[in-house]
Design a protein around this ligand. Sequence first.
Ligand code: SF4
Ligand code: SF4
Ligand code: SF4
Length: 284
Amino acid sequence: MTAQDAIRQRAKELLESGEVATFIGWEAGRFHNQTTPLVITDAADADKLVFNEYCVNTLAKYARDVVARGKVGLVVRGCDSRAIVRMIIDQVIKREDVYLIGVACPGMKDRKTDELLKKCAECRHGNPVECDELIGEAGEWPIPEGRFAEVAEIEAMAQPERSRYFESVYAKCIRCYACRDVCPCCTCRECFVDQRRENWVGKQNNVAENRFYGLTRVMHIGDRCIECGECERVCPMDLPLMKLNRKVIQDLNNLFGEFESSLSIDDSVEPLIAYDLNDREEFM
Ligand code: SF4
Ligand code: SF4
Ligand code: SF4
């Protein structure tokens, strides 16, 4: 049985038995090399589910939107499962709110180039880190090198050049907030950019305010980023958002020791959340 057939069968069973109220996977898109997320509540729709190398969207964030209807079933690869772990640690959802069908990820393709997506080429965990059942077996997943290679390129620039670089990056941002909307760490009930209080952040689309938005977002996510690369993938202006995300992660690694966010619900290692009397505090 293919992974796609198994996903359809289990979605049907879970919905028919009432174990889940909603099931989230992917359906075929308009083109043969495209899929879109699919949210179903009727077991008869389970045959619409697909699983192929173009399932590019990470699904976890959709669970937040439908969890009020009851337990949510969803397909999880490495990135989806880490996003769910993140949302559980952040108390956005509870573990018992979701039923996770794990599947080993083959790595997904960019439909424009048919090459591996950038986020998948950089992915460190293709297998689910958390699931209730696993379809097939976990695959070998070699951890790619050069996690901070892009950061090194930026750090090698002289200061004026670096400023000009980021100015050119933020000049392109159109403040669509797609990066925020897709991010499993961006789950505040009211985002700071939506607050109406004056003088907090302006609504204008200019370099200074775009940069303020981008830098505030990356600092707010801090050590919680799961490096799923979804923010960068969905950016319609192709902003290199992972450079800044990884700069923060690299600095935290250097300050507090190597860590990766959201690999386990019970054994969270995020350094900004943990507190120890022996913490280094050179900045005091
Ligand atoms: S980021 Fe990793 S787990 Fe997610 S789709 Fe890409 S290769 Fe698969
Ligand atoms: S997705 Fe890209 S263009 Fe849209 S707000 Fe984020 S950085 Fe700006
Ligand atoms: S890579 Fe981007 S979308 Fe994914 S958790 Fe980090 S900031 Fe959020």
